[in-house]
Ligand binder design. Structure first.
Ligand code: OXD
Length: 319
C-alpha cells in the first residue's frame, strides 16, 4: 500500500447509513482512503479497511483482507461482539474532545436535574404550585463516576467546579489531581466502593466481558438508600429486572436511562410509563463528522506505514 494508491475500504453497519453520513466528508478530505458500500464492491479481496457501527454478525466474512476496522464512535463493543471479526484485526475508536464535552454537559444537566429536584418543580408548575423544595448542599452530594476514560475525565472535570464531591472508579491506580473534591478509587473493588458512597451514580464504563451486567442487584444493594442512577454507558451494563426491584425497594429513587438493551426501546416496554425513570433515546453525545474523518485518516495512514494507529484499542482489554 502506498500513499499514491488509496486504501480500499467498506462501510459496514446494520444501523446507520454510513455512506450518506460520511461519504462527502471522506471524499473531500481524505485522499488515503476510498470507501464504498458493500454493493459497490466487485472484488472484496481488495478491501483492507472498514468504517463500522453495529455491523451485522457476518459483516466481515466476505472481506478476507481487512486489516483495520474503525468505529465511528467512542465505543467498540458493537464491533467486537461481531462473530465474523477476525481476532487479529486492528480496531480503532474515536476520541473526540467535543463529544466528551457534550457528554459532560449531558451528565451535569442530569445531575442538577436530580439533585435540585427538577422533576418535582415541573410537576408543581403544571399544578400552579409555588413551593421551595429542599435539596442537600452541593458539597454534601457525592457523585460516583464509574469509569475514568476520556468521557469519565471530562465529566469529573465538569462536576468538580460546581462543588460536588466526585468519586471515580478507575481500573488502574492513578495519581490524583490534588483537587479537594476528587477521590479516585482503584483496584478490583473500585466500582463497588464508589457506588457505596455515591448519592448519584454515573455509569460511563466501556462494555466488556467484565462489565456486562455490572449494574445489578448486588451493586444496587450497596448504594446509599435513595440514590440516583444516570446510565450513559451501554444497555447491556444493566440488569433491567434488578433496576425495577431497586426502585421498588427505594434503594434507587430515580434513574435516567440514555441507553438500552434493545434499541429503539420497544414501545410496550414498562420503562416508558415508570415516572421514576427518565428516558432519552441514546442522545447523550455523538462524535462529529470532522473528527471521525480526521482520526480515521490518521489511522489509515498508520496502517499504510505498517504502524499501530494511536486510536487502536486493546483487543485483550476490549476498549
Ligand atoms: C459512542 C456512542 O460510542 O455514541 O460514541 O455511543
Amino acid at each position: 500500500m502506498t500513499h499514491s494508491e488509496p486504501i480500499e475500504g467498506v462501510y459496514l453497519s446494520s444501523e446507520v447509513n454510513l455512506k450518506e453520513r460520511y461519504g462527502e466528508a471522506f471524499l473531500s478530505s481524505s485522499h488515503v482512503l476510498r470507501l464504498r458500500d458493500p454493493v459497490e464492491i466487485s472484488d472484496p479481496s481488495n478491501i483492507r479497511f472498514a468504517l463500522s457501527w453495529e455491523p451485522a454478525d457476518d459483516a466481515f466474512a466476505a472481506y478476507p483482507n481487512i486489516e483495520m476496522v474503525s468505529s465511528i464512535g467512542a465505543g467498540v463493543d458493537g464491533i467486537l461482539k461481531c462473530r465474523s471479526l477476525p481476532s487479529d484485526t486492528i480496531v480503532t475508536r474515536v476520541r473526540d474532545p467535543y463529544q466528551a464535552y457534550a457528554m459532560a454537559g449531558f451528565v451535569v444537566w442530569q445531575v442538577i436535574w436530580h439533585h435540585r429536584k427538577m422533576r418535582q418543580y415541573m410537576l408543581n408548575q403544571s399544578l400552579h404550585i409555588w413551593k421551595w423544595i429542599e435539596s442537600s448542599p452541593v458539597q454534601d452530594c457525592t457523585i460516583g463516576i464509574l469509569g475514568y476514560g476520556f468521557m469519565g475525565r471530562a465529566v469529573a472535570n465538569a462536576l468538580m467546579p460546581l462543588g460536588y464531591q466526585v468519586i471515580v472508579a478507575c481500573r488502574t491506580e492513578r495519581a490524583g489531581c490534588g483537587c479537594l473534591n476528587l477521590t479516585l478509587e482503584s483496584g478490583p473493588n473500585s466500582i463497588r466502593n464508589t457506588a457505596a458512597k455515591a448519592n448519584i451514580i454515573v455509569n460511563l464504563l466501556p462494555l466488556t466481558t467484565a462489565t456486562r451486567f455490572i449494574l445489578n442487584a448486588k451493586l444496587f444493594g450497596v448504594v446509599p438508600q435513595g440514590s440516583v442512577l444516570i446510565q450513559v454507558g451501554r444497555g447491556d451494563h444493566l440488569v433491567e429486572e434488578d433496576l425495577k426491584a431497586a426502585l421498588d425497594s427505594g434503594k434507587l429513587s430515580a434513574v435516567s436511562l440514555d441507553v438500552f438493551r434493545d434499541q429503539p426501546l420497544p414501545s410496550k416496554h414498562p420503562f416508558w410509563d415508570d415516572p421514576r425513570i427518565m428516558i432519552t433515546p441514546h442522545i447523550a453525545c455523538e462524535s462529529s463528522i470532522g473528527t471521525v474523518v480526521e482520526q480515521v485518516t490518521v489511522c489509515v495512514e498508520a496502517i499504510a506505514r505498517s504502524k499501530i494507529p494511536i486510536y487502536a484499542i486493546s483487543r485483550g482489554r476490549e476498549y
